[in-house]
Design a protein around this ligand. Structure first.
Ligand code: FEO
Ligand code: CA
Ligand code: CA
Ligand code: CA
Length: 665
């Protein structure tokens, strides 16, 4: 089979490049020469003027400035940072321990089959921890507690790397999936999705609990329900599901979120890569599928299962690209795809309870020139009645962001019948608007961003942090106020300020926190805080977390481009307030070929869980001591076991401070 991705060194590069789908090729909102003034100017203006003068200049509401100043100051970071670098293992700041908690293949379900990577089967994999752990959520046990030492960890398994999973199997998308048997495809299907696993801290060390009664594996084959405005629509119906309300599985779950009522949100990201086949150009879904890069043809699933072939089951792909809500406290519950939250390549879905009780979910669409979204529920969260919150995510308004050069952000509602979202443009209902969220957002002239990844609200300051990972395709002249570099090799972080902490507001303020890259290389155009040390800067911010003091932590995913910074991916503490604002400090580093995912603090800040993904894969060739692509028999590292009979294994790591204190200070 012809393959379009042979030029890409890694699966992640193929992911990124598939993003050159005819997505948003003519970016709206290009502000040309106001860009420079905007991104260089506003912070220096604010620094140099009285608050009143600054308000007059940039029209920032007084309430925003007051809320910024009013909250209690977080403690400064006091750990000794580690150095940039790359080698076969992980590194953490001195005085901390980073212990592997659970690895690909470790038992999840009671009676799980013992891991035998050379003789893996789907039946074994479905009882074991899946591949490529990404999002990590913490659901304290018992439900409703803030227990910092016992929880259900909710972990996404984003994708699979067959070349390091299976003996004798090379990268298959490069050779027409020649060697992909049904048995191997079934293992991949079972290695995707998520794991819910009970963990506990005993004698200061974390372990997987003996009690496995609540443990669960969710896979690309788990029965799920579709709900919300697109459920039951004709475009959601298939031969296997005449009602358009039930679907099997979830995949490419990247980041996610947890709701205040203790459910786990799994964000479906690069779903297009799992479909193959051909759709004729005049097929009614052709325009829709083109906008999402469908079919991507990165996996062989369509070889054995008709539903992954768009020619045979053209509507199946409309049933992916959503956010899935799972109740981790009930292992028999049916996961639900909440269509009201839109269909795109969701990086994550981080939540905050607005002061009026509505839930607000921030979501990035991770593709070059795609958009930032928020979903605001119609109903209010009821802390005293969990059942009343069960379907809160089915009703509400999805908004997409337009960033203006004056430092304001306007949230544009994606509502059928409003503005251009009418039959004249091919939308017959809210279901159509949601199924084609991207095209609806194009018509609203949202601001094309540099690959929006994780978006985290800070519950202590009410600011919101948007990770924009990079955009090699943004050209000089395509810059806009919020994406000021073309090309954007290293990414940046944007800070949003809801007025008076109102996340439901239609207009926010915004500012650039950092422009990533090497501050000592003028050509990089980087902008960091004054206390950024030699190792405090990074490239390609991806996931982030807020600790209990309201401090920001940022993890990176450079893919095979890591030589541009000279360091493996890692986790950095980021100052967001005061004189040191925008300064970074390196805390953790992953082994060669890996990506840093899932930063998640326990409720007492004494444990930080991180997910080490695709170990030995990305950019192994560029690492001089190895200098070639990894394979199962010949990987760049055998982290974390360093056992000649074990391949590298994506793993979740629990980081604790040796003196038992809080992480970072
Ligand atoms: Fe799966 Fe956008 O990273
Ligand atoms: Ca990511
Ligand atoms: Ca996050
Ligand atoms: Ca990424």
């Amino acid at each position: 089979m012809a393959n379009e991705h042979t030029e890409f060194a890694t699966r992640a590069d193929a992911f990124e490049a598939s993003e050159d789908v005819p997505a948003n090729s003519s970016p709206a909102n290009t502000f040309g020469n106001v860009v420079q003034a905007r991104y260089l100017g506003r912070r220096s203006l604010l620094k140099g003027m009285t608050a009143v003068a600054a308000i007059t200049t940039v029209a920032t509401p007084m309430s925003m400035l007051i809320s910024r100043a009013a909250h209690a100051a977080a403690r400064p970071f006091t750990f000794d940072e580690i150095e940039h670098g790359i080698d076969e293992t992980h590194h953490v700041a001195p005085g901390y321990s980073a212990d592997v908690l659970i690895r690909w293949g470790d038992p999840v379900l009671a009676g799980a089959v013992k891991f035998d990577p050379a003789g893996q089967s789907a039946a074994a994999q479905v009882s074991q921890f899946g591949y490529n752990n990404d999002f990590v959520g913490y659901a304290a046990l018992p439900f409703g507690s803030q227990n910092p030492e016992r929880a259900l960890l909710c972990v996404n398994h984003e994708y699979t790397n067959e070349e390091v999973m299976f003996p004798g199997i090379a990268r298959q998308d490069m050779i027409g999936f020649r060697d992909m048997t049904r048995a191997l495809v079934d293992i991949e299907i079972a290695a995707h999705g998520g794991s819910i696993v009970q963990v506990e801290k005993v004698d200061d060390k974390w372990r997987v609990s003996e009690d496995r009664t609540l443990n669960r594996r969710i896979t690309a084959n788990t029965p799920m329900r579709l709900s919300g405005p697109a459920a039951g629509h004709a475009r959601m119906k298939t031969r296997a599901d005449r009602t358009g309300t039930s679907v099997r599985g979830t995949f490419n779950n990247c980041a996610g979120g947890m709701t205040p009522w203790g459910t786990y949100l799994m964000a479906e990201e690069n779903f297009n890569g799992y479909f193959w086949g051909k759709l004729s150009q005049n097929h009614p879904e052709a325009r829709n599928y083109k906008r999402y890069g469908l079919p991507g043809k990165w996996y062989a699933w369509g070889k054995y299962y008709d539903r992954f072939d768009v020619a045979k089951e053209p509507n199946e792909a409309n049933r992916f690209g959503w956010v899935v809500e799972v109740d981790p406290y009930d292992p028999n519950s049916t996961p639900v795809k909440r269509t009201a939250m839109g269909r795109f390549k969701h990086e994550g879905a981080e939540t905050i309870i607005n002061k009026d009780g509505r839930l607000v979910v921030y979501q990035g669409d991770d593709q070059r020139f795609d958009y930032l979204y928020k979903f605001v529920t119609a109903g209010r969260y009821d802390p005293n009645n969990r059942a009343a919150n069960r379907d809160l995510l089915d009703s509400g308004t999805l908004f997409v962001a337009r960033f203006d050069a004056d430092g304001s952000l306007t949230w544009l509602p994606l509502v059928f019948g409003a503005g251009p979202l009418t039959s004249a443009n091919g939308f017959g209902s809210q279901a159509d608007v949601l199924i084609e969220t991207r095209r609806a957002a194009d018509l609203l002239e949202a601001t094309p961003m540099d690959r929006p990844e994780d978006v985290n609200p800070n519950p202590l300051t009410d600011k919101v942090y948007v990770m924009l990972t990079n955009n090699s395709k943004r050209k000089v002249g395509d810059e806009n106020a919020a994406n000021p570099r073309g090309p954007n090799t290293f990414g940046h972080i944007v800070e949003l300020s809801p007025p008076d902490g109102d996340h439901g507001a239609l207009t926010f303020g915004w500012d650039i926190l950092v422009l990533a890259g090497d501050p000592e290389k003028p050509g990089a155009g980087a902008k960091w805080g004054p206390e950024t040390s030699r190792n405090g800067w990074f490239g390609s911010p991806d996931n982030c977390a807020i600790d209990g003091q309201g401090r920001l932590w940022v993890s990176t995913d450079q893919g095979s481009k890591w030589p541009k910074t000279g360091t493996a991916d890692g986790l950095w503490a980021m100052e967001t307030e005061g004189a040191a604002r925008g300064s970074g400090r390196m805390f953790f580093r992953v082994p060669v070929g890996a990506e840093m995912c899932g930063p998640q603090f326990a409720p007492d800040d004494k444990t930080l869980f991180v997910a080490v993904q695709h170990v030995a894969v990305d950019g192994a060739k560029a690492w001089p001591p190895f200098g070639r692509d990894s394979s199962y028999v010949d990987p760049a590292t055998r982290w974390p076991d360093f056992d000649p009979n074990m391949p590298p294994r994506p793993s979740v790591v629990a980081i604790t401070k040796d003196d038992g204190g809080e992480i970072g200070s």
